[in-house]
Ligand binder design. Sequence first.
Ligand code: IPM
Ligand code: MG
Length: 370
Amino acid sequence: MAGTRSLLLLPGDGIGPEVMRQVRRYIDWMARKRGIEFTVEEGLVGGAAIDAQGVPLTDATLEKAKAADAVLFGAVGGPKWDGLGFDMRPEAGLLRLRKELDLFANLRPAKVFDALVDASSLKPDIVRGLDVMIVRELTGGIYFGEPRGIEDLGNGQRRGVNTQVYTTAEIHRVARIAFELARKRGNKVCSVEKGNVMESGLLWRQEVTALHRAEYGDVELSHMLADACSMQLVRNPGQFDVIVTDNLFGDMLSDEAAMLTGSIGMLPSASLGAPDADGKRRALYEPVHGSAPDIAGRDMANPIAMLLSLGMALRWSFDLHTEADMLEQAVQNVLRTGMRTSDIMQPGMARCSTSVMADTILRELDKLAA
Ligand code: IPM
Ligand code: MG
């Protein structure tokens, strides 16, 4: 269905706009060199939306996100908006998108590129060849559970409350994604919770086990407590294939896994909803890194995570696997030449800017497409 692929770009704050600019260049490249066209719209989110429109995400932008085949999201937040209440913070724009688009499954691959084995803080032997997929539940758990709030108890005391809550259906739908993914990879799922202290964790373990027994007996399933998992991720990350876990543990474990790869500036993610009658899923793609206000506007950020996020969109939303492979190959080839943005800089390598990294990737794509 050429010509009907629609993308909504939400660059956001900090380094979001400058890495998103490189995505635009790649989209132009696709049209020029591959004859693959996207209809592209752009909108505001996060602090940029607060400043211009008074809220972190307007209803109009939300409607555009619902209508698009895929949303590409940069990053949100910064010191300027730190003092605002929860509903008005830049992050609220992202959380609203996740919730209202019902993007319950967050796929966060942590893959070590050969050329970056030495950039990890762990020994090369431990991280070489690492390829873990974290599937994080994204629309439930303590992020959204009720009751929540800060209550004034009167006597100079206050009480802060959040609620961890999961239902069978919420657990099954995300576990299903993990099992399906595992079948296409190493065929192993490790389900992670704190069933030793939390009822919601115990339910998680029981429901994943039940679904496994009923439908996915061919996949190897193990269970791990979240604290043990965070330890095993640095001790022996190679034991993992797919990890499935809740919203909060997934948030933490995915940052940890990302750092194993040397830089959080390298990692993309996909947030997916349920397939509709035509098999199409709502989807949002974003780099795992944040808005990095300290380096924003200086042409220093690593554009690779953002570009690879578009790569995930090519795979999951547009079935453009050849193009996605080519983009990943181009990134690997460029890293092999020694080109590095500051975040992955190492002795003996050549430091480059955001735009030069993107230039070089596009030139490499020219070669691969020739
Ligand atoms: C992430 C981020 C978000 C989260 C923030 C920005 C709300 O840390 O995507 O991992 O906690 O989910
Ligand atoms: Mg996080």
